[in-house]
Design a binder for this molecule. Structure first.
Ligand SMILES: Cc1cc2nc3c(=O)[nH]c(=O)nc-3n(C[C@H](O)[C@H](O)[C@H](O)COP(=O)(O)OP(=O)(O)OC[C@H]3O[C@@H](n4cnc5c(N)ncnc54)[C@H](O)[C@@H]3O)c2cc1C
Ligand code: FES
Length: 250
């Protein structure tokens, strides 16, 4: 992880309150692995904002982030335009465990703004000859993004809470329509991760947590989560954000 300046190559709205930003930087584009995040300084805000790496193009030296305008930091970030620069720490955290057997079948389960890190992961897995199946859940049609991108990786199931796009319900409602898979990777809100880890208890899985953060480098303890064995805590920023599904208590 290093402090770097990233050039904004493009910034555009891709769904309701959702921005896709392509950033150019040599070091981060050459070193980032799926599941890591950028810790972005936003003008006028003391604490940096953690945002997952959604895609990387090593040849073009670009890193893509997708973010939802939820509070003052992300709203301010959305005003930054092409040609401007961002002060970023990255790549931060540990990525997804990638020790899959060649030809494994992998299930990706993303919820809302938890979908972005799964795209870079899926693209990397396909490049390693894995079979990728995706289930993407959103609140409604206006929040949906990256459908074609995931469809280009493999079978993709879309689910919305109100049924306005794809199946109606939660990501867990389509589990019985999915064929056998070897391992799952998931990122999304805690209630979704709780439901998934319970339903897929018998499966090997990894989850990425997008909970509150302070320093982002392991110093402030703002991001701790209890270990599943009740022996202390893990820091999401330093030990995660990716954990084995049975490693922490959600
Ligand atoms: C590892 C990681 C990856 C993430 N990846 C993405 C992503 O790819 N796209 C995306 O839209 N969001 C992502 N988030 C959530 C994102 O960081 C928050 O939405 C954002 O920090 C909110 O900032 P704000 O100023 O707009 O909101 P405010 O509510 O004004 O923020 C106030 C404070 O709370 C913190 N905070 C508030 N909500 C969250 C939250 N959900 N997670 C972490 N900190 C929070 C902020 O950092 C800030 O310190 C990620 C979070 C983590 C931890
Ligand atoms: S955010 Fe400070 S220790 Fe994790």
């Amino acid at each position: 992880m290093r402090k770097e300046i990233m050039y904004i190559q493009s910034s555009k709205s891709i769904a309701l309150d959702t921005v896709e930003m392509v950033l150019k930087n040599n070091y981060i584009s050459q070193t980032a692995v799926p599941g890591q995040f950028l810790h972005v300084f936003v003008e006028g805000h003391t604490l940096r904002r953690p945002l997952s790496i959604a895609d990387v193009d090593r040849e073009k030296e670009t890193v893509t982030i997708l973010f939802k305008k939820t509070g003052s930091g992300t709203k301010q970030l959305a005003t930054c335009q092409e040609g401007m620069t961002l002060d970023v720490l990255g790549p931060n955290g540990n990525g997804f465990n990638m020790d899959n057997k060649e030809g494994s079948s992998i299930l990706l389960i993303g919820g809302g703004i938890g979908v972005p890190p799964l795209y870079y992961l899926g693209k990397t897995l396909v490049g390693q000859n894995m079979k990728v199946i995706s289930i993407l859940g959103f609140q409604s049609a206006e929040s949906v993004f990256y459908v074609e991108k995931f469809q280009s990786l493999g079978e993709t199931w879309m689910v919305t809470n109100d049924g306005s796009y794809g199946e109606k319900g939660f990501v867990t409602d389509v589990f019985d329509k999915i064929e056998a898979f070897d391992r799952y990777y998931s990122c999304g809100p805690i209630p979704m991760l709780q439901a998934i880890t319970k339903k897929l208890e018998h499966k090997q899985g990894y989850i990425s947590l997008e909970e509150r953060m302070g320093c982002g480098v392991g110093a402030c303890l703002a991001c701790v989560i209890p270990k599943a064995n009740n022996r202390g805590y893990k820091k999401i920023c330093k030990d995660g954000p990716v954990f084995h599904a049975k490693e922490v208590t959600l």
